[in-house]
Design a protein around this ligand. Sequence first.
Ligand SMILES: *Cc1c(COP(=O)(O)O)cnc(C)c1O
Length: 695
Amino acid sequence: MIQRENLAALDWFRIAAAVLVVANHTSPLATVDAGADFLLTRVLARLAVPFFLMVTGYFLAAGGWRKAGQTAKKLLLYDLLATALYLPLSFSIIGWDWAEWLRRLLIDGTLYHLWYFPAAIVGIGVVCLLRRLGAGAALAAALALYVLGLLGDSYWGLTQQLPLLGPFYDHVIFALTEYTRNGLFYAPLFLLLGSFGFRMKRVPSAVCFAAALLAMAAEAWTLHSLDWQKHDSMYLLLPLAMLFLFSLLLDFNRGQRPALRHISLLVYLVHPWCIVLIRGGAGVLGLEALLVECAPVHFLAVLMMSFLMALLLAAVPLPQKCAPTGRAWREIDLAALRRNAAALQECLGQSCRLMAVVKAEAYGHGGVLCAKTLQKAGINAFAVATLSEAVELRKAGIHGIILILGYTHPSQARALRFWRLTQTVVDAEHARSLEKMRVPLHIHIAVDTGMHRLGVPDHDLAALRGIYRSKYLKVDGIFSHLCVSDSLTEEDVRYTAQQAERFYHTVEAVERIPGCSAGKIHLQASYGALNLPPQPCDYGRMGIALYGVYSDDAPVRRDVDLQPVLSLRARIASVRILETGERAGYGLAFVARRRTKLAVATIGYADGLPRDWPEKGGKVLLHGVYVPAVGRLCMDQMLLDVTDVPNVRQGDVITVIGRDGNACIRAETVARQCGTISNELLSRLGQRLPVVRRR
Ligand SMILES: *Cc1c(COP(=O)(O)O)cnc(C)c1O
């Protein structure tokens, strides 16, 4: 049922537009009245393709044009599909001329009826370029291109009378493309107009649309009478009429009907075949007088067959994507990540560059996604824990330095070299075994200044000298790691100061070795930056703070404005009532002390939450209020006592970490309840939680 209130006007108009396209290619009134047919197919039907371009622009803009590449790829797929579908027909027209095949695939459409696909693909590319000029200039440029297109289309008669211009179109433009209604001259303007989402109230929209359409009909009629039209796709008033039509549709638009998109696309794809089949069938059956020569019947036959085929094809099951937010997911706020990086860079000081520590999937935030975002924001040093993490980043197109902070077995030397990775040398023995591989490698030396985990002891100058003099290991840097810099107790602060002193002392000693340069030096991790003044280092290795989170609730010296990047959400799977005294879950660990409304949420310990979290006071947010987790956490589910929350429904979203309305659950709080630090909690978040960007 379509209700006025939730009329998915944009999706419904796609069906109308598909009908108009079929009309355009079958001339329904040709045998009734030539003038009426002109108005229907050469004026009214000209609204169809601009509409498709405008919805494309509208939705691309809604996503900040991030999906432009993806959309163009999908359209190319349709273009290829259409080409395959019409191979026999197009072949009878094009023959073996492969250059012509390519030209049509990318410009005119292999079957010219299907020119929309190449036009949209090229148009999206052109718009992405134009957008760099800024909105106003982009619109002006698209308008100028449209006018150039007009001069080769409905205003061709005028162009031919002009010196230079006529021959220019003949010899240059029409040598490349059959028509000017293509991706360069025609599509960009409509994509951009759609992207603005211009909207007025429905009455003024309807009045303006009617006026613009009438004026456009008059324009078309005049051009037609003057015999100026080379083709009749473009009118001066078409963009204006479209703007008001789209505004009208937007004002009605509520919700979505994706099935209609599918049907309209299929009608568009199959209708040329239906024309051929109806004509062929009529010939065989001797029904040409009715099915072909009577234009309205011909149109209706093609239309019905197209919709029938579209409906049949729509019933074919296609591989479906699973929506990432169907069960439980991590929502990543990339803008917060960028802001945190900028705030930490400022905290580190001018000469010390931020090295983004993106190990363990960027502490559970999605390694590639975060690294790419930071790279775009200008960061060009990354650190990970393992070789495989480093290789994954390189494959994803991270080109700055990638330092592996952990041990890598010498047998992996060739992989280190091939992927241009920088390996930490964890002690003198590691250096010797890497050197034996006789593979030139870039390394940073870890120095143990008191943590006693990895590193060459700071006083072992002989070992350091040995490493700097190795033949195959090129020392690009030297670093140490602080182990109590998160603590502000007097004793720990003294220990940290001592570690720093030992580190700089070692660096100086290395610099004094003849022919030796220490290379890049770095000491601080997040808490080194948050608790120490700016250091005379080349890098600061920022992990947890980059994600807008502290390890725990301990105070820090420096006030840096950090915002959490991750939210963890899931859904309500089921709601039931337990009577007082009834019990629930494994071990019947939950006992209803009152009549209880119990909800099951779609997240469990396999997603990274500890099994005993409910006992430790775990709470989640539902409709903006805190509700306690109860009973024992299951592998994939958790029980919630939602007695006090009205209207809890299956499918509702819960927030385990993050903001919901005015309430917020911080990762630090959950970590404290679990008896750990947020670093552990976040990096354990299960791989089966899809990562989605926050819009
Ligand atoms: C993980 C790690 C870091 C990052 O630590 P944070 O406290 O998360 O900033 C820095 N240096 C080394 C050697 C590490 O292993």
